[in-house]
Design a protein around this ligand. Structure first.
Ligand code: GAF
Length: 382
């Protein structure tokens, strides 16, 4: 992709680009905890987004998306991001930098990527992080990976309408080869934990569905957690988020929360606990324990937090009982996307055949399997 992008850039804009790369991410465990200042355990993957960029000495900027095969031109001094269009991610990032007082001039940008579509590998976070990395390099802005992550997160809030946490852009910006990031979403600091799976692999099974309520349900879950925190503050004045509570504390005051709020709060608290146990299990090479925690996470996401769907439950349940699979759970925001599976490498082809047939019998469509390797975070590649 890098060479293709370089040559096309040269041909289209008649100058040689700087090229930035930012990867997509997986999340081993710790789902929906980032926006409650909790703990997550993501890692960068081998797929990503490349952004070529160069100054053009023009009063406007020209963008080109290889995926959409589309050009988009805008006046970089005065523009308004067009919601729902891929150019929003460029203009959204730029708008924030302009507001922060960074100086700019006209530039050309070309964007291409290889992240499987709709798999839940966070292509939009990778896009924003790649754009931020490219802009920072071209205009000597010295943006830190953390500030790039925060601008990327804010772009999702402002221009995509999803009140997401920091996990996705953070993993894309900070990823390290063969390391998962045990990230504290309050301090925004992480510890790198080596991922040595021996004869096992990480395999994603993409359900190839995304239910339409996904974004609104995501925002609704976040609001429900915030409502619980306000209620629970009366009994626990020191808390700032659900991350500050133990499950035992929550159970003592169950009657304060509604029957809808209580299980959701419980998910956040128990999931944060699972992240720590899972990181410890991985560090000590206890993959059986790690797999059990993946299964427990799925159960909690499905039954307590209610962000799964029939397709994801089916895939996780079938995988969990397949010989050679140590654990399986839905990954990411939910309501579609993929499951992440810890599977013995030698059984993958047998598993693929069986899961494709049974999923197709049940839902009339095939899932897509993607083997992932844990890779480097954002960087300049030219
Ligand atoms: C999405 C969001 F973007 C993340 O911030 C995170 O909340 C995740 O869903 C669920 O863990 O990917």
């Amino acid at each position: 992709m890098k060479t293709k992008l370089f040559e096309l850039f040269l041909k289209t804009f008649e100058s040689a680009p700087i090229i930035a790369f930012a990867p997509g991410r997986i999340n081993l465990i710790g789902e929906h905890t980032d926006y409650q200042e909790g703990f997550v355990f993501p890692a960068a993957v081998q797929f990503g987004i490349w952004v070529g960029i160069q100054k053009n000495n023009l009063p406007f900027s020209r963008l080109y998306s290889l995926d959409f095969d589309e050009e988009f031109t805008f006046d970089w001094k005065s523009f308004s991001p067009k919601k729902g269009h891929w150019s929003t991610y460029v203009m959204g990032f730029l708008a924030q930098l302009k507001q922060a007082g960074y100086p700019f001039e006209g530039f050309d940008m070309m964007i291409g990527g290889d992240i499987p579509v709709g798999a839940g590998l966070s292509s939009s976070a990778a896009l924003s992080v790649s754009i931020g990395t490219a802009l920072s390099e071209l205009f000597d802005l010295n943006l830190s990976p953390l500030s790039i992550s925060k601008y990327a997160q804010n772009s999702e809030h402002q221009y995509a309408g999803v009140n997401c946490g920091i996990m996705d852009p953070y993993a894309s910006a900070f990823g390290k080869i063969n390391q998962a990031l045990l990230l504290d979403c309050r301090s925004n600091q992480h510890q790198e934990i080596p991922v040595d799976l021996g004869e096992y692999s990480l395999l994603l099974v993409n359900s190839n569905v995304k239910h339409s309520l996904a974004d609104s349900a995501y925002n609704h879950r976040r609001a429900a957690c915030e409502e619980s925190v306000e209620i629970l503050k009366e009994s626990f004045p020191g808390i700032q988020s659900l991350r500050d509570l133990k499950n035992l504390d929550l159970e003592k005051v169950e009657e304060l929360l509604t029957s809808s709020l209580f299980p959701k709060a419980k998910h956040i608290i128990t999931e944060c606990e699972r992240v720590h146990t899972a990181a410890h299990a991985l560090e000590s090479g206890n993959l059986i324990e790690f797999g059990k925690l993946l299964n427990a996470s799925h159960q909690s996401l499905s039954e307590e937090y209610e962000v799964s769907c029939a397709e994801l439950d089916f895939l996780a349940e079938k995988a969990q009982i397949f010989p050679g699979v140590l654990g399986s759970r839905m990954m990411g925001g939910g309501f579609g996307g993929c499951t992440i599976n810890l599977i013995k490498t030698t059984v993958i082809s047998d598993f693929e055949e069986k899961i494709k047939t049974s999923y197709c019998d049940q839902f009339g469509m095939e899932p897509t399997l993607i083997q992932v390797s844990i890779s480097e975070g954002a960087k300049i590649v030219t």
